[in-house]
Write a protein that binds this ligand. Sequence first.
Ligand SMILES: [Zn+2]
Length: 292
Amino acid sequence: MAEELRLMSVHAHADDETITMGGLLASCADRGILTCNVCCTDGKLATIVAADMPEETTRPHLAEIRQQELRAACEILGVTEVHFLGYGDSGMWGEDTNQLPDGFWKADIDEAVGRLVTHIRRFQPQVVVTYDGVGGYGHPDHIQTHRVTMLAVEAAHQKALYPQAGEPWRVQKLYYTALPLSFLKKASEMAQAAGMDPPFGIENPEDLPFVTPDAWVTTTVDIRAGVPRKRAALVAHHSQIAPDWPMLAVPEEVTIEHFGTEAFQLVISRTPPSLPETDVFAGIEAPTALTV
Ligand SMILES: [Zn+2]
């Protein structure tokens, strides 16, 4: 039954869930699939882009603001549960803030994995989505999110590990979010034709650190029905996402035509997958308590 299906997304900061997979979350809501978004950090070191949020008065409350923005965005997307892992933002790669004692980058890995194992065993997702080994683009908090999620997914079904964290649960499929090179090339051509700056200000999409080779993309999800909600959720992340964000800068119908899919890379599957696929729940069997 559809209500037995559950998906957990694990992200570094508020807004990552909407940017990378807001359409998938909305489509899960449409199908009666329960979703749980775990946000690892408070995001308090992020650049504030909103014109009406002055640095001096906003910065001291940014963690709280971003928590509210995430809850608002997740409500729009129909996310069932929102949780915070409780770590501080580590700032961009190479910054002194990477060494902050409350930062996720300096977190005790065993403790962080234990916290996520608790969420996995409680929520019992068949599908988990997170980032690849460079965290999508190299942000320390994204890399740490990748590490902690991979370890937690494998620890969750081993009863000898984290015995206080609940009954073992085996996740059936694990995905990385993906931004296919072909998608960025198309976006770059469109921007050029319209006389606009290329996405992320870089002429050659191959030079971007976060593109996924198309051959690695296993799963392309049709999110057209959820595009209006994804746009509204992007707007809800007011402190982070300005009106010139690529998906907001063009009319809704153009967005539906050109941003109507989200891509993922399947990296763990307990049963042989049939690829390519269009549904992250493809091949999922009835919920199982299979453990080792
Ligand atoms: Zn992030």
